[in-house]
Structures are given as structure tokens and as C-alpha cells.
Design a protein around this ligand. Structure first.
Ligand code: ZN
Length: 299
């Protein structure tokens, strides 16, 4: 596990940032505070002072600890100690090995290209407020989860679920499914039973077929399927056969659902391939209303 420090130096309401333009890495072209990896035998504060000196040439005179960030990048943990430095001396070195340095105002900072997750702490930096602890997770270079003091404040799967709840044109029931591969949407569809005049055109069946074609594969072992209503018997069968890794759904279907209600995909011994089932209940209310309204209007 890597320990690093990250410091934002403040002067006349402006903040010092590095524009990373040298290295061809994950940070390329992004704007960041100043910092780096702690050496063995070095304390966090020693690292903070050394990094600031090395990169900007400033000597730290006063600093405030804002919080700790547990930063997971593709399962590798880096602990970032975040500081606001409000008093320092020396002459700024405009260029360093990592990029060019400049002071930016708060309005400018909000327009700069940063890591997507930086928005969860940058306001604390600008206000000089402590946030205690953040947990940030990236998978396949995509931000998947942010927790602030153990409470989830951003979740990739919840964002996908939000996309499922849309009204449909025509007579089509508002059921929508999405297949995600390596944190990217590769297929998405609504039910097409009415427009295709075919009872097999459930959203899940369509997205599974599309995803198989797209990946040119027999199975979807590395894929997750999202749907707003618990799948029926046919779709549960297709999910099992296609070896979907994770199934996410919003609302339970106690009458006809075959993921947990009338059949348990995770526990049933007839299912040889392990599929994890997740109910994202956060949107259950909104989703149930969407479905109820559809049937109410139909009658
Ligand atoms: Zn179905």
C-alpha cells in the first residue's frame, strides 16, 4: 500500500496547482495539488514538506490537515493525506519534473480538468474545511464509488439504474435493460414486445443478444446486466445461460420474478455459473411509480 501527500497551497485566495503535462500517465493533462509518495522511514509531514519544496521550491510555514483519502485504483490502495498550506515562503519554481505550476482562482479551478473524483474534496480545499475521510474507487479507469465517512455519496451502479427509468413511446411497458462490460455500457434497450409483435422481445433478451454480438463471444462472463424490474423466468434463463457476472435490478416482481422472488439465482443448485444478484432499492419508489402509472394509463 502506497502512502502519499497532496497539498494545496493558498495565497491571496488563489491556489497552486500543477498542470501535469510531462508524463504520459493517468495524470496527463490534469490539474492537481502538489505531492507524492512517502519514502520509507519518512513521516507524513516530512513527506509533505519535502514534496512541496522539491516541486515548487516553497518552504511550508503553516499547514492544516483536511482529511484522508483511501484511493483504490483497480484494487490497488493508495492512502492520500490531504493538506491545505496557507503560509509559505520562497520563490516559485514555475516548471518542475511533473509539469508547470501556477496559482488559480476558485472560479478558474472549477473549470480545470481534474480527476472526476476530485470534485468530492475540492470544495473542502477551497473552503479550508476538514472532511475527515473519503474512499474513492476506480475500476477499469472508471469512477465506481465514493464514500464520505463510510456513507456512499456516489455509486456507478446507481447511476446506471437511474438510466433505466424512462417512459416509453407507444404501448411498450417501461422496462429497460443495460449490459455493462468493464464499466462501459455496451448495449441498452427497452422492451420491444409490442413494436416487434413478439412475446420474446423482453429488454433483457435484446441486450444480451446485442452484447454477445458486440463482444463476438458465446458468453457474457465479464458483463453485468441492469434492469429496472426483476427478470421473468425466460430472462432469468437467458441471464444464467449467458453467464452474466452481476445482475442488478431495482424493483422486485413478487408474482413473476425469477431472480429472488420465485427462484433464487444465487442459491439454486441448478445454476452452475455463479451470478451475484443485487437489488438497488434506492430507486424502488420512483420505479414502482413509473410502472404503476403505465398500467393505470393503459386501463
Ligand atoms: Zn423477461
Amino acid at each position: 500500500m502506497k502512502k502519499t501527500t497532496l497539498a494545496y497551497l493558498k495565497k491571496d485566495d488563489k491556489f497552486l496547482l500543477i498542470h501535469k503535462n510531462k508524463k504520459d500517465d493517468e495524470n496527463k493533462n490534469k490539474y492537481l495539488g502538489i505531492g507524492g509518495k512517502c519514502f520509507f522511514n519518512e513521516s507524513i509531514v516530512e513527506c509533505l514538506k519535502r514534496e512541496v519544496k522539491e516541486e515548487s521550491n516553497f518552504e511550508i510555514e503553516n499547514y492544516k490537515f483536511l482529511g484522508k483519502i483511501n484511493f483504490y485504483y483497480n484494487n490497488e490502495l493508495e492512502i492520500i493525506y490531504l493538506y491545505l498550506v496557507d503560509k509559505f515562503s520562497g520563490e516559485l519554481k514555475k516548471e518542475c519534473d511533473e509539469g508547470s505550476l501556477n496559482f488559480y482562482s476558485k472560479t478558474e479551478i472549477k473549470k480545470l480538468k481534474m480527476w472526476e473524483s476530485d470534485k468530492y474534496f475540492i470544495n473542502y480545499v477551497l473552503k479550508g474545511k476538514e472532511f475527515k475521510e473519503l474512499e474513492i474507487r476506480y475500476e477499469n479507469s472508471v469512477l465506481v464509488e465514493v464514500k464520505h465517512n463510510e456513507k456512499i455519496i456516489y455509486s456507478f451502479s446507481e447511476e446506471i439504474c437511474k438510466k433505466l427509468m424512462k417512459k416509453n413511446k407507444d404501448n411498450e411497458i417501461p422496462i429497460r435493460a443495460i449490459v455493462v462490460y468493464k464499466n462501459k455500457i455496451i448495449s441498452s434497450s427497452t422492451n420491444l414486445k409490442e413494436s416487434k409483435n413478439n412475446c420474446l422481445y423482453h429488454a433483457e433478451m435484446i441486450v444480451i443478444n446485442k452484447a454477445l454480438k458486440k463482444l463476438k463471444n458465446k458468453y457474457l462472463e465479464e458483463c453485468d446486466l441492469y434492469v429496472n424490474l426483476e427478470p421473468c423466468m425466460m430472462c432469468a434463463g437467458a441471464i444464467i445461460q449467458s453467464r452474466i457476472k452481476n445482475l442488478y435490478f431495482i424493483s422486485k416482481n413478487s408474482k413473476a420474478g425469477f431472480a429472488i422472488s420465485n427462484f433464487n439465482i444465487e442459491e439454486n443448485k441448478a445454476v452452475h455459473h455463479k451470478i451475484k444478484v443485487h437489488q438497488v432499492s434506492k430507486y424502488n419508489h420512483t420505479n414502482s411509480k413509473l410502472l404503476k402509472d403505465f398500467f393505470k394509463n393503459k386501463r
